[in-house]
Design a protein around this ligand. Structure first.
Ligand SMILES: Cc1cc2nc3c(=O)[nH]c(=O)nc-3n(C[C@H](O)[C@H](O)[C@H](O)COP(=O)(O)OP(=O)(O)OC[C@H]3O[C@@H](n4cnc5c(N)ncnc54)[C@H](O)[C@@H]3O)c2cc1C
Length: 821
């Protein structure tokens, strides 16, 4: 009887926690249970009385807000204030910038799948599609990447003109200002397609449409600034750059030493109020050719011309290149991907107040403006470039592996190569899904700062994996640069994608979970706000609400994690049936497990978690893998559940679940408070660690998708520059690839005949003749082999050069700076 009572009590407690029951329900259940036990059992008074007393005390202390706040919350608040991590203004502004979206659902421990599946899939308008099929295709055809990268170290003048005339610099500028006013999807498709042809062209187009004067003016510019600059930017009459980074301010850009002082000065012949600027910047893309510099600096008002404050904070200005005191330095060479990039500096440069973006209204708000714009832009440009590189790797590495033969076999059929090809295919599928899901959020007006950090980091890291695999498979033909090489430049460009818009190690270690925890956790931000409230009464009341809400959240996720861990998600809700059903259920489990692990880490480490970057990074990895898996599931639904894509989906999901598990496992292993870590392990993985890397048969199927022509392969690589035209390297590879599929059965016949001794020649040409003579193949098949032989020669050929080499003039690197006041 006692045993049954105990089990039922535990079951009820678990059920209430699982459902996230409110305080009144807990109290009602507690009282009913005690009444039932008192009346229905032969419990002795000396046991029941203390039970009733404890229950009454609990109800009074926890159930009466005034009492609870007095006895518990005040003490908790005091403790919380002690361990709360110190946060600078720039950090707080960065954390608060942007919006939350599907990331918050994943953080909740119980994601609402309808929210994801009901998100409209982004579509290109007719005008956008026409731009991709017209000017973008034309520009791709105009570009000779080898000439650009090796000979000219710049885009040709006609490409610059075409880019300006066709409005490539005004993709995001609304039509009313003469821009193209494109959606995030169209913007991404343009960059992706260009990047598949020339990374120099893609970066050149990307930068004015990303974080820079155009976007900043759109969001924060005064009407006069917008009316003047936006049409000029859209027409390419002004070439913008944005200068934030300097020698002493890289990742910690908020610490920039560049300064502006409010003063009076001369502007266009008149004495006006303005800012005297001194700065030193480097790595600035389009800097060497820019006509207008978007500049970030810290503004000071020592003479109090604007008010009481002296340090007015980070502020943004537009500085015309020809302003006296501005120097544009010589070009950097970013790892031989020669888009325009270089340093610039200014000595006592005076600009009027009207050149501050948003004028006086936005003084000191520069950091927030930058981070908000980054929340949006970071989700478009580099992901597009990374997916472009992955699609190129998928299409042309798969083709190469089907065409190139060693040991008498297409190399793609060797298991070792299959393993790498499967990674290329599976990761590309996942990258494209994540790109599209993020664009769908951007196109409904979200500025998802955590998600954009996730996809910036994970898509560039997957680009790293994919391009490394592609290089391994292309081997010598990937290494020898020249017009015939389709992957070498993408390999070279990888570190640029990794470094810019938030260097990857920093983004993984500090930003994803750091910002995710603050923004997406349903209670943390409320606890912080309450703790910072100087009104003590309000602080206690708000903190009380947040902290007990947090407790309920924690209990709920503990109950859910344990149950879902025991059942491996089996009984949880999935919005779909069929082959993807289990993945939704497993994500339910991982979401609860992640929420509990995150709370455990935050509770045990408090503010120290900020310094424990490896733990923070692992939590960020779990959140990110959940996002990437959701994206794959959503894409499968959006595509109409094509069965033939399943090998890619299965590979991507298995890979991500394994990574989630391993990140949680390493987190648990490294949590400092060991007993709690053991408990966490028992709750999160009560039935062991179920996930492994995708198995061999899964990899075999995923790799196979790249080795033969199919609708899936075309879907996977859709949106890059693809042509059958022999003038382009891509055209030759496409022809050879199709021919390889045609002759594959004939080559198999030759291989078997040779193995069984029916034909004896070693050379393929002679084998074909022998097979023809013996009636094993037809004349048409022999001709097909001959064609294949020629095409294969062309595909495996690499370039060589006479008189290689060219002289550059090295500018001396300044050892000390005297540009900054
Ligand atoms: C080709 C190119 C184009 C660029 N274009 C522009 C541009 O147009 N405008 C502009 O303003 N800037 C531009 N940048 C600058 C770019 O944003 C910076 O390079 C970037 O912010 C990193 O700064 P850093 O190179 O000085 O590296 P550092 O800040 O010195 O970082 C070095 C390493 O330390 C890591 N790190 C730093 N802090 C932490 C931390 N707390 N935890 C863990 N790891 C950390 C970083 O991740 C990185 O791996 C460009 C850079 C390049 C290379």
């Amino acid at each position: 009887m006692w045993f049954i009572g105990l089990v039922s009590t535990l079951a009820i407690v678990w059920y209430l926690a699982y459902q996230g029951a409110g305080a009144s329900l807990w109290i009602a259940v507690l009282i009913s249970s005690l009444v039932a036990v008192t009346l229905a059992t032969d419990i002795q008074w000396y046991i029941s009385t203390p039970l009733w007393l404890v229950a009454a005390a609990l109800i009074v202390i926890l159930g009466v807000p005034a009492m609870r706040q007095r006895i518990i919350t005040r003490r908790l608040l005091k403790q919380f204030r002690k361990v709360m991590p110190a946060m600078s203004r720039t950090e707080r502004e960065a954390l608060e910038a942007g919006s939350i979206w599907w990331d918050a659902e994943l953080f909740s421990g119980r994601p609402d799948w309808e929210k994801l599946l009901n998100t409209p899939r982004p579509h290109l308008s007719e005008r956008e599609q026409a731009f991709l099929d017209g000017p973008v295709e034309t520009l791709c055809e105009m570009l000779d990447d080898w000439k650009i990268t090796h000979q000219d170290q710049d885009l040709p003048p006609e490409a610059w003109d075409f880019i300006r005339q066709e409005g490539f610099f005004g993709l995001i500028i609304p039509e009313e200002y003469g821009g193209l006013g494109f959606s995030a999807l169209a913007h991404s498709e343009v960059v992706m397609k260009l990047s598949s042809r020339s990374i120099v062209a893609a970066v050149t187009v990307m930068v004015p449409n990303s974080l820079g004067p155009g976007k900043l003016l759109l969001h924060y510019g005064t009407p006069a600034q917008r009316d003047y600059y936006l049409p000029r930017l859209a027409r390419g009459e002004e070439i913008p750059c944005f200068a934030l980074t300097g020698p002493d301010a890289g990742s910690d850009a908020g610490a920039l030493p560049d300064s502006g002082v409010v003063t009076k000065g001369q502007w266009q012949g008149k004495t006006v109020l303005g800012v005297r600027l001194n700065w030193e910047k480097r790595y600035i893309t389009l800097g060497p050719v820019a006509t207008i510099i978007g500049l970030a600096f810290r503004l000071h008002d020592p003479d109090h011309l604007l008010g009481d404050k002296e340090d007015l904070g980070i502020t943004l200005a537009l500085v015309p290149r020809n302003t006296p005191g501005v120097t544009i330095g010589a070009r950097h060479i970013p790892i031989d991907i020669p888009f325009q990039n270089g340093p610039n500096w200014g000595k006592d440069v005076f600009v009027p107040m009207s050149q501050l973006i948003g004028e006086q209204q936005y003084i000191g708000k520069g950091w927030r403006m930058l981070v908000e714009s980054l929340a949006e832009g970071r989700g478009i440009s580099l992901p597009a470039l990374s997916v472009g590189a992955a699609k190129v790797s998928s299409r042309y590495t798969g083709a190469y592996a089907a065409i190139r033969q060693q040991f008498n076999m297409p190399i793609g059929r060797f298991e070792g190569i299959e393993e790498a090809l499967a990674r290329i295919a599976g990761l590309t599928y996942q990258m494209d899904a994540a790109r599209k899901l993020t664009l769908s959020a951007l196109d409904v007006g979200e500025k998802p700062s955590v998600i954009s950090a996730i996809i910036k980091y994970h898509l560039t890291e997957r680009y790293r994996q994919v391009i490394n695999d592609a290089m391994d498979i292309h081997a010598g033909s990937g290494i020898c640069l020249g017009p015939s090489n389709l992957v070498g430049r993408a390999y070279q460009a990888l570190p640029i994608a990794v470094t810019v818009e938030g260097a990857n190690i920093l983004t993984r270690s500090m930003i994803i979970f750091g910002q995710g925890a603050m923004r997406c956790h349903p209670w943390i931000i409320r606890e912080f706000s309450a703790a910072q409230n100087p009104d003590h009464g309000k602080a206690v009341a708000d903190f009380d609400h947040a902290v007990f809400g947090h407790l309920g959240f924690l209990l709920g996720n503990t109950a859910r994690s344990l149950f879902l861990g025991l059942t491996r998600g089996h009984l949880s809700r999935s919005p779909v049936s069929g082959p993807t059903r289990r993945y939704y259920q497993q994500l339910n489990w991982m979401s609860a497990a992640f929420a509990l692990a995150a709370d455990t880490a935050m509770m045990t480490l408090g503010g120290a978690l900020k310094r424990k970057e490896r733990l923070s990074a692992r939590l960020g990895d779990v959140l990110s893998e959940m996002y990437l898996t959701s994206a794959v599931l959503k894409q499968f639904e959006d595509d109409g559940r094509p069965e033939e894509d399943l090998p890619l989906l299965l590979w991507a999901c298995e890979n991500s679940f394994y990574r989630m598990q391993e990140s949680l496992r390493l987190l648990i292993r490294n949590l400092p408070f060991r007993p709690l870590a053991w408990l966490l392990r028992a709750v999160l993985f009560p039935s062991g660690f179920p996930y492994t890397e995708p198995d061999d048969s899964m990899s075999h199927k995923a790799a196979g998708m790249l080795l033969t022509p199919s609708a899936s392969r075309d879907r996977l690589t859709q949106g890059i520059f693809i042509t059958d035209d022999e003038r382009f390297r891509q055209g030759i590879v496409e022809q050879a690839f199709r021919q390889a599929a045609i002759v594959a059965p004939v080559e198999k016949t030759l291989r078997s005949a040779r193995r069984s001794g029916v034909i004896s020649a070693r050379d393929r040409l002679r084998q074909a003749h022998e097979a023809l003579e013996k009636g094993l193949i037809s004349e048409e098949e022999r001709k097909g082999l001959e064609t294949m032989r020629m095409l294969r020669r062309r595909v495996i050929a690499v370039d060589s050069f006479e008189n290689y080499g060219k002289q550059h003039v090295l500018q001396t690197v300044p050892e000390t700076s005297n540009h900054v006041a």
